[in-house]
Ligand binder design. Structure first.
Ligand SMILES: Nc1nc2c(ncn2[C@@H]2O[C@H](COP(=O)(O)OP(=O)(O)OP(=O)(O)O)[C@@H](O)[C@H]2O)c(=O)[nH]1
Ligand SMILES: [Mg+2]
Length: 371
């Protein structure tokens, strides 16, 4: 799916098989730090593992169109409730106060929050005046423009290749979709001949380790995992192993936690600090995975995790369920006032399958919200 990388690198390696390969030897699955670099568990031959000279955006090519369209269909289906209630606003014949009031209510219902709703309404009124729009259908088109412009700064690509390895730390509340997202991302990176190493830094539950092991096996990548280990120690080992083996990307999966669980947030900070000790300048990406169903709570999570860790990107999952989608507008507005600039939404998830993780596109999202 992320064939863009293949094109950019000109590597075109064959993708990993859909089914998990036969069980790998335990020593390759739970690779110790000191494992020799000569024992890669990868589909692609080492000779193909070229570090790109420039950062490589992890971005799908516009092709294949059918796949992207089916993803859009899922996104639209997920956001149908929101889109039908907003569309309802534009079925009348007049642009009047009642229309704007109805729109305000629909945006609030869609989880956009008060600030983003006010911002969008003011921006829309300005656009309507400028365009001298005279019928509600034209206002709807202008609203798509306003939402697209608001969301646009969130549309950025995750780049790998500038560092070897690029170290990515993944955090989020329980059940947000961290491990699933890492699995999908790993598969896309592997398919693009990027050598990935996973760190099972969710050491609380054996099941969590097992879950990541399954993804590692399926994708045939190395994993550093320790029974009852300390999350920071596991991550440290993984980054060191990633450096020793010349991996392109190291991804650390962490245990779910609420931002209000202060000791667990401290632990997360420690994981981040320790990654920096294992490699100067790392982690290069600190991603927060947010469940799109959590509404305005998603914005609270983004703020809290950003304060604790300094986020570099977001993944919004489960937009195929009961998610209303408007919270992205709230995140975008908050991002505008953030000293470090917008926190990009690198990926959006609309299901549990591999192809259900896609890059975020502001215009597509705005269209899905309204049509
Ligand atoms: N419908 C839907 N389900 C998803 C999506 N992403 C993840 N899931 C499901 O959400 C559930 C939780 O996903 P995990 O990846 O285990 O979440 P996690 O954040 O790692 O959870 P903890 O490690 O327990 O904190 C799983 O059943 C996933 O299959 C998505 O985009 N859409
Ligand atoms: Mg998990």
């Amino acid at each position: 799916m992320f064939s863009f990388i293949k094109k950019k690198l000109g590597l075109g390696g064959s993708p990993a098989p859909a089914d998990p390969p036969a069980a790998l030897a335990p020593e390759t699955r739970a690779a110790p730090v000191a494992a020799p670099a000569s024992a890669p568990v990868l589909a692609a031959p080492p000779s193909a593992l070229v570090t790109p000279p420039v950062p490589t955006p992890v971005k799908p090519a516009p092709e294949p169109v059918v796949e992207r369209r089916s993803w859009m269909d899922k996104l639209k289906a997920g956001l149908r409730k929101t889109s039908s209630s907003i569309s309802q606003v534009f079925t009348g014949t007049q642009i009047d106060d009642a229309l704007y009031e109805e729109l305000e209510a629909a945006l609030l219902m869609a989880d956009a929050g008060v600030a983003a709703t006010e911002h969008l309404l003011a921006d829309l009124k300005r656009r309507v005046k400028e365009a001298k729009a005279s019928d509600p259908a034209a206002v709807k088109v202008l609203l798509i423009e306003a939402i697209t412009e608001l969301l646009k700064p969130l549309e950025q690509s995750l780049a790998v290749g500038q560092h070897t390895p690029t170290v990515i730390m993944v955090a989020g509340v329980n059940g947000a979709g961290k491990t699933t997202t890492i699995g999908k991302l790993t598969r896309h990176l592997s398919d693009s001949n990027q050598r990935v190493l996973l760190a099972a830094a969710d050491t609380f539950r054996a099941a969590a380790r097992e879950q990541l092991l399954v993804w590692a096996d399926r994708n045939r990548v190395d994993i550093v995992s320790q029974e009852n280990g300390d999350p920071a120690a596991v991550t440290f080992d993984a980054v060191q192993a990633g450096r020793a083996r010349g991996c392109d990307v190291v991804i650390a999966d962490t245990a779910g936690r609420l931002a209000t669980q202060l000791h667990l947030m401290d632990e997360l900070r420690k994981v981040k600090r320790v990654i920096g000790k294992a490699m100067d300048g790392a982690p290069h990406e600190v991603l927060l995975v947010v469940d799109g169903n959590t509404g305005q709570n998603a914005l609270s999570q983004v703020k809290a995790f950003d304060e604790a860790l300094g986020l570099t990107g977001l993944v919004v999952t489960k937009l195929d369920g009961t998610a209303k989608g408007g919270v992205l507008a709230a995140i975008a507005l908050w991002s505008r006032g953030r000293p470090g600039g917008a926190v990009p939404v690198y990926f959006v998830g609309v299901g549990e399958k591999l192809e259900d993780l896609q890059t975020f596109n502001a215009r597509e999202f705005a269209q899905a919200l309204l049509t």
